[in-house]
Design a binder for this molecule. Structure first.
Ligand SMILES: Nc1ncnc2c1ncn2[C@@H]1O[C@H](COP(=O)(O)OP(=O)(O)OP(=O)(O)O)[C@@H](O)[C@H]1O
Ligand SMILES: [Mg+2]
Length: 223
């Protein structure tokens, strides 16, 4: 896996022409860091994660991945980054309802034309205690199970960066620990840069650096 450094440089995000949700955010995340972004509901956590994941673009400012400004990359390069380098756990899961749990986790590997898919899916499903749900569809499993499927899918292509938006929101304490352990494993053993947006106090002790978004600005928290 290639290491990934993320730089957010004076980033502004304005919705509807006048709503400044991010107002000059600066952030530098060296490779192999595990970072938490906190902030009240509506403070812009998902917005910031989506910008780092190249699924949205800033109104002003720059996002750099390993020194490359994402705005300068072609659509093909961005698609390649989204497929191979960045794993995203969306706040709303974004699982595909017409695909089974197995097929959802396999999908990124299939798109990447990676051959070892079957073995890797089974390994991921096993590590998230999802073996018995392999053939179920997302609407046939619980919210917490769907969340674990979303985390497994985000890890499928061994991303250099894992962006997780409220990944423990619908999990009980045991499943929360399973998910946090998986992030720590991705971070420690595979060298992934992990960025988590969350209100969950259970995550705070597990990260190296914490930030809080407030009134569109990001500040570092003392640990
Ligand atoms: N596509 C959009 N168009 C217009 N406004 C948006 C859009 N996406 C988000 N917003 C607004 O921007 C603000 C920040 O939203 P965002 O989802 O980033 O917050 P958040 O910190 O992730 O909140 P939560 O903790 O509830 O998930 C909110 O006021 C939201 O209504
Ligand atoms: Mg959010």
């Amino acid at each position: 896996m290639k290491e990934m450094k993320i730089v957010v440089k004076d980033v502004w995000k304005t919705y509807d022409g006048s709503r400044d949700v991010l107002r000059g955010v600066n952030l530098e995340i060296p490779p192999r860091q595990m970072v938490l972004i906190k902030g009240r509901s509506g403070s812009g956590k998902s917005t910031l994660l989506n910008l780092m994941g190249c699924i949205d673009v800033p109104t002003r400012g720059e996002i750099q991945l390993n020194g490359y400004a994402t705005a300068s990359l072609s659509d093909k390069e961005l698609a390649n980054i989204r497929l191979h380098k960045v794993g995203i756990v969306f706040q709303s899961h974004n699982l595909i309802n017409d695909l089974t749990v197995y097929e959802n986790v396999l999908l990124p590997m299939k798109i990447a034309k990676w051959q070892g898919g079957d073995w890797r899916v089974k390994e991921l499903l096993h590590s998230f205690s999802l073996d018995q749900y392999s053939d179920k569809y997302p609407d046939e499993i619980s919210g917490g199970e769907r969340q674990r499927v979303a985390v497994a899918r985000a890890l499928a292509n061994s991303p250099s960066v894992l962006l997780a938006d409220e990944p423990t929101a619908s999990l009980d304490i045991d499943n929360c620990d399973i998910v946090i352990d998986a992030f720590k494993k991705a971070n420690k053993e595979f060298g992934a840069t992990v960025v988590i947006a969350s209100h969950d106090p259970a995550i705070e002790g597990h990260v190296g650096t914490r930030y809080t978004l407030e009134r569109g600005e990001l500040r570092g928290d003392a640990i």
